[in-house]
Design a protein around this ligand. Sequence first.
Ligand SMILES: Nc1ncnc2c1ncn2[C@@H]1O[C@H](COP(=O)(O)OP(=O)(O)O)[C@@H](O)[C@H]1O
Ligand SMILES: [Mg+2]
Length: 448
Amino acid sequence: MAEHDEIRSLRDALSVTPDNLPLRLHLAERLMQLGRAEEAASEFRDALSRAPNNPACKIGLARAFYEQEKNSEALVIVEDLIRNAERPAAAYLLHARLLLRAGDVARAVREYKKAVDDDPGVADEALAERLGVTGFEEASGSEVVDGKLRQRGDDEEGPSNLAVERPKIAFKDVGGMEDLKEEIRMKIIHPMTHPEVYKAYGKSIGGGILMYGPPGCGKTHMARATAGEVKARFLSIGIHDVLDMWIGQSERNLHEIFETARRNKPCVLFFDEVDALGASRSDMRQAAGRHQINQFLSELDGDKGDNDGVLILAATNAPWHLDSAFRRPGRFDRILFVPPPDAPARAQILRILMQGKPADGVDYDHIGKKTDAFSGADLKGLVDVAVEGKLKEAMKAGVPKPLNTKDLLNAAKGLRQSTKEWFATARNYALYSNQGGIYDDILKYLKL
Ligand SMILES: Nc1ncnc2c1ncn2[C@@H]1O[C@H](COP(=O)(O)OP(=O)(O)O)[C@@H](O)[C@H]1O
Ligand SMILES: [Mg+2]
């Protein structure tokens, strides 16, 4: 069953029996598995309103928050569960993750051990490995084969703590951004699919593309779609993975990340919020920064392994924090601005976001024109709000009603356009530290 059909039929069933708690928890868990944490959160919340104090609903909501990086919200619930729940193993586990995310490894280890003591069933090998506590319980991902130690999943997915995805979205699921799609095709896709042609023209192969721009405008979405477009695997490395390396706790390092990508080729290796490597941020451990950057660059240069079949993309909201060494030829020598979507792109994004939802004669072009400065993420919020409103109506009326133009326009009214703040900062960098014209695109966009 296609993803949206499955979810829709679960939702339909729930609209008939809204008090069916196991069913709602099942829907929420499915949404979590599909990476739709925000929707999962709203189901857990709903479940909780019907069954206050139910620990399964609480831990579910906390996990959904964790997935959305709403760390303090997650923490509040977790602390409450640790105090009050009968068997808080799942709460200890999530607490360990939150502590690890905050960089407090020592406490994370303690909480992890409490979790496993309480219920060995919650043992999480990937987390244990990141905490450097593998071997303290019996379950282990390693086995000895032909006299060599083998990690589980060695032959394809790589270490289990690095999640290699197979994205189902492709360029057609990205609204607008035609120039960027073309750059990605020319700079990294074609060199991979037709290396001989590039060599014949004396074009070097290698390096990656760095996307920068305001949050919520589709950088991460585009990276994932690039993998789907060429049916490659997708390995996304976020700021937390990088920070964990600074802690130096585990042997897992940058080399392992690149090796995982190389083992899974063709693979898009995506560094999200890559400014974390720039070491100019105050929350970064300065001392390790230079060493880490050099190691990263030598992996990027292919000194330590063959990067054929590995497409490298990176994204940041704050390119000004990025070390200039990243920009040399053969590295991220294409630095591309991802602006907020224009009106036609907004219309297209809305069409994509509305796929599979009941709609009636929606004038997307019109709404596109009326949503100036909305990011893709803002548009997603708009659709969510409109759907919620419609659901309420449908519940009252007892019949489902399709969404129309007015519903979407009304939903837009209460929403904030989130790209403006970013431009307030970007403007200053573009005006006053625009070395080599790297921010000319911002100036052009702002018509300065
Ligand atoms: N051009 C786009 N086409 C389709 N959906 C988009 C687009 N831009 C943003 N979105 C939606 O908004 C969400 C947030 O975008 P994201 O890629 O996370 O932004 P960024 O990485 O630039 O902060 C995406 O998950 C996607 O649903
Ligand atoms: Mg992103």
